[in-house]
Design a protein around this ligand. Structure first.
Ligand code: SF4
Length: 348
């Protein structure tokens, strides 16, 4: 079976650790995800990524600490101020303690995200960080997922114990959202300037997005210097204005995951590749981050996502095992062998 000379050349570059450019990325995204060549791309991405880190994956935990009607107004998000049905709610201290205890019960959580809305109370957020830092094991990193923030705010978060920040400039930011793409990008720079690691994502991908839009979005992260990249498909959340466009398939998402994996491979700081929401096809296509979620979630119409879309730690371990990973890494990069004994020990 022959493959196109372009794909052959791109895979050669990837195997040789030569950076892929925007044209390469564009070409990969034009390949039909049902084709033999897509299968080859996905398996190449998986093999290369796994060969670089001893076939390891990481589990992140995300806790939504606030629910408010959000001025971000994103047309795909369940909290957008013009269409949300949620009432304001803030996680109580004892709920936070319970959730952290549950995520960290077996000391195999790489990082814990504390997620809030676009507008948030910095003082309260810093208190939550300090509490989480005190409660989580030393081997679990604390990460921030907040709205646009200043350099000073990130410096304070760093002093309180945060290692990194999740931040994105979304596809059609400013069109499908009320936010300014320049501020989104400045926030990403602020996080890096504060000495924090940056985790970004090409999101939220819908069927209506063209290849060039995806390429531009993917290269924001690659060019700024991320530690983690990812792909997220938009979930057609009922009542959200963009739900009418539907969703891309998990197979298409896996194809995009493979493309981003290969394109971000040579970024010096790049360590792990994520996918939202977790699915087996993407873990066989280069992804090696899985996220357990609890509390508020922009892709879910339930107040506590762990009761609906969100996966718990046990399901995350099991999915990684089924996808053939040999190790789970803690936040200090130490490894835990992922085998049947471990699944039994952790009630997974
Ligand atoms: S995606 Fe984030 S910024 Fe946008 S409406 Fe939802 S919570 Fe607000």
């Amino acid at each position: 079976m022959k493959i196109s000379p372009q794909l052959d050349k791109i895979l050669e570059k990837a195997w040789s650790n030569i950076p892929l450019d925007r044209q390469d990325c564009r070409y990969l995204l034009t390949i039909d995800e049902l084709s033999f060549e897509s299968g080859l791309l996905r398996s190449a991405a998986s093999s290369i990524i796994r060969s670089k880190n001893d076939n390891s994956a990481i589990i992140l935990g995300q806790i939504g600490v606030d629910v408010t009607s959000c001025p971000g107004g994103c047309k795909f998000c369940t909290f957008g101020e013009d269409h949300t049905r949620f009432k304001d709610n803030h996680l109580r201290d004892e709920e936070l303690e319970e959730k952290i205890a549950s995520f960290c019960q077996y000391d195999d959580l790489y990082g814990l995200y504390l997620m809030t809305m676009h507008s948030y109370d910095l003082d309260r957020y810093l208190q939550i960080i300090s509490k989480a830092k005190a409660l989580a094991p030393k081997s679990t990193q604390i990460w921030a997922n907040v709205g646009d923030s200043s350099l000073e705010a990130f410096k304070e978060m760093k002093s309180a114990g945060v290692t990194g920040v999740y931040h994105v400039c979304r596809i059609r930011e400013g069109v499908d959202t009320k936010l300014d793409p320049r501020e989104r990008l400045q926030t990403m720079k602020n996080a890096l300037d504060a000495g924090l690691e940056l985790y970004t994502c090409c999101e939220p991908i819908g069927p209506e997005h063209g290849v060039d839009e995806l390429v531009s979005n993917i290269f924001i992260g690659i060019e700024i210097g991320i530690t983690q990249h990812a792909a997220m498909r938009r979930v057609a959340v009922p009542d959200s204005p963009l739900a009418k466009y539907g969703q891309i398939s998990e197979l298409r998402l896996a194809h995009i995951v493979a493309t981003i994996s290969l394109c971000s491979l040579t970024v010096p700081t790049m360590a792990y590749m994520g996918v939202h929401e977790p699915n087996e096809l993407s873990y066989a296509s280069g992804a090696n981050i899985i996220t357990a979620e609890s509390g508020a979630n922009p892709r879910d119409s339930q107040a506590d996502t762990s009761k609906n879309r969100g996966m718990d730690m046990a399901r995350c371990r099991k999915m990684l095992f089924e996808c053939g990973f040999d190790n789970i890494r803690r936040g200090d990069e130490s490894k835990i062998p992922l085998n049947l004994d471990y699944l039994i020990k952790t009630n997974s």
